[in-house]
Design a protein around this ligand. Structure first.
Ligand code: MN
Length: 237
């Protein structure tokens, strides 16, 4: 915890304790302290597999830099923005859902933290292949075939100019829909034009593929399907 964060929590706790004393409710000062100390810093989640586990489709160096440098930087900069603004955030999901209330640094880095935490779980060593069971049924119902879904997601990723993400989401009508978001925005954000519950996401920032695929984003997108974790997609559905 950074010093400014600690000072903020201490100050908040003192204010809360003072408020409780005035209201003369026995024991409530302690409750207020607990409520404030529950707001911890965000941390980098560990990967469930080794950096080289997705070779040859996603190379070791890309995974290492992507997770330990890029994702770590989103986490650090998110905490910094929250500390500097003395912001109340709640959980990462709550932060993202109400992102319009926060400064741009929180939107970019909070989105970066949410998106990457989600993305790592969608890949696994020995993944890939075609979906089966309920996932296959849901995909066939919405897209006609797995090939058509793949085509639409790859197109969404290719057409995203600059940096961003391609998504499969479940919308309010329970329908599966493909789309994309710029930068580190995501479909849970209140500011997003494309909304829904994320089922699948592919990072199309150059940092996700440039070391191995250089400018060939289409090749990266094709290769990505060889590491997809269908069990996680099923759980998201
Ligand atoms: Mn990324």
């Amino acid at each position: 915890m950074s010093p400014s964060r600690r000072d903020f929590l201490k100050k908040s706790a003192l204010i809360a304790a003072a408020g409780a004393a005035v209201s003369i409710i026995p024991g409530s000062a302690e409750g207020a302290l607990h409520a404030f100390s529950a707001q911890d810093e965000f941390t980098l989640p560990p990967l469930a597999y080794a950096y080289d586990a997705l070779e040859p489709h996603i190379d070791r160096m890309t995974m290492e830099i992507h997770h330990s440098k890029h994702h770590q930087a989103y986490v650090n900069n998110l905490n910094k923005a929250i500390n500097e603004g003395s912001l109340e955030t709640g959980t990462l999901d709550q932060l993202v859902a109400g992102i319009s209330k926060y400064p741009m640094a929180v939107r970019n880095n909070g989105g970066g933290h949410w998106n990457h935490s989600f993305f790592w779980q969608l890949m696994r060593p020995g993944g890939g292949g075609a979906p089966s069971g309920k996932v296959a049924e849901a995909i066939n119902q919405s897209f006609g075939s797995f090939d058509e879904l793949k085509k639409q997601i790859n197109e969404a990723g290719l057409k995203r100019f600059g940096s961003g993400w391609a998504w499969l989401v479940k919308n309010n009508d329970g329908k599966l829909v493909v789309g994309s978001t710029p930068n580190q925005d995501n479909p849970l954000m209140d500011v997003s034009d494309f909304k829904g519950t994320p089922i699948l996401a592919i990072d199309v920032w150059e940092h996700a593929y440039y070391l191995k695929y250089q400018n060939k984003r289409a090749d990266y997108l094709q290769a990505w399907w060889n590491v997809i974790n269908w069990e996680k997609i099923a759980a998201n559905l």
